[in-house]
Write a protein that binds this ligand. Structure first.
Ligand code: F6R
Length: 239
């Protein structure tokens, strides 16, 4: 696991966008795994800017998002607003779990199958929860879980309550499983701010710990952690 140290959110957002944009430019076809939440917002802003300022097309890109709330289109709207409407990606090449599906078990199966059919994920972008979750894989989740429905923890509900001021916050979500995430060929984990410092510290301890889902990544051969000063605060030494 490689640590890329940056000073702040702005620098992190720019560098993350540059990493993605370089791949978008050089690949003939690319499957990007995407995250929502506060962390990647700046990265999407830069990507939208790079797209606007260049002639670079996104028509050869397929995206698969990590998760969506059950009974909700919150993250569909987020992706449209923050990225998809700013780039020329064909809508049918953007994929997000359908939280409104009648049969959620079937939807999880469909999503797994879809990821296989488009050739697997080349680069998965992850944020990290204060409790160490990745996607919505909460502490205790099996490291070989596939896409599944989860009951969100109090910590996660609290952290995300701000997205639901006008509506009731769903207590469940569909998420790619840790096993699904680990099959990505490359992973870029973004961590911003002191609230993530404990999770980042646990990640760099180097031992698997089911209570900190992100530690599953330590066995993956190609993970880069991009962390700002706040998120690195509890690391003993920087590598
Ligand atoms: C979102 C996701 C979550 C977030 C995590 C951090 O798609 O998968 O794991 O990455 O909850 O959220 P923020 O970035 O809002 O701190």
């Amino acid at each position: 696991m490689k640590l890329l140290s940056v000073s702040n959110e702005e620098e992190l957002s720019r560098i993350a966008a540059e990493i993605l944009f370089a791949k978008i430019k050089s690949a003939k076809k690319l499957v990007l795994g995407l995250a929502t939440g506060k962390t990647p917002l700046g990265m999407y802003r830069y990507l939208s800017k790079y797209s606007k300022e260049s002639n670079q097309t996104f028509r050869h890109i397929h995206t698969v998002n990590l998760d969506e709330y059950v009974g909700s289109i919150t993250y569909h709207e987020y992706m449209e607003e923050n990225l998809f409407q700013h780039i020329d990606i064909p809508k049918d090449q953007t994929h997000i779990p359908d939280g409104e599906a009648e049969n959620l078990t079937e939807e999880c199966r469909r999503y797994e199958q879809l990821i296989k059919e488009i050739g697997g994920i080349d680069l998965q972008v992850l944020g990290i929860g204060e409790n160490g979750h990745i996607g919505f894989n909460e502490p205790g989740t099996s490291f070989d879980a596939r896409t599944h429905v989860v009951e969100l923890t109090e910590s996660t509900l609290k952290a995300n309550a701000k997205y639901f001021v006008d509506s009731e916050q769903p207590k469940q979500a569909i998420t790619m499983g840790i096993g699904t995430i680990l099959e990505s060929r490359e992973i870029l984990l973004l961590a911003i701010g002191e609230r993530k410092a404990n999770a980042v510290k646990e990640l760099f301890k180097g031992s698997l710990n089911k209570d900190i889902p992100a530690t599953a990544l330590i066995n993956h051969p190609h993970v880069t952690v991009l962390a700002d000063k706040g998120a690195r605060k509890l690391l003993d030494k920087e590598s």
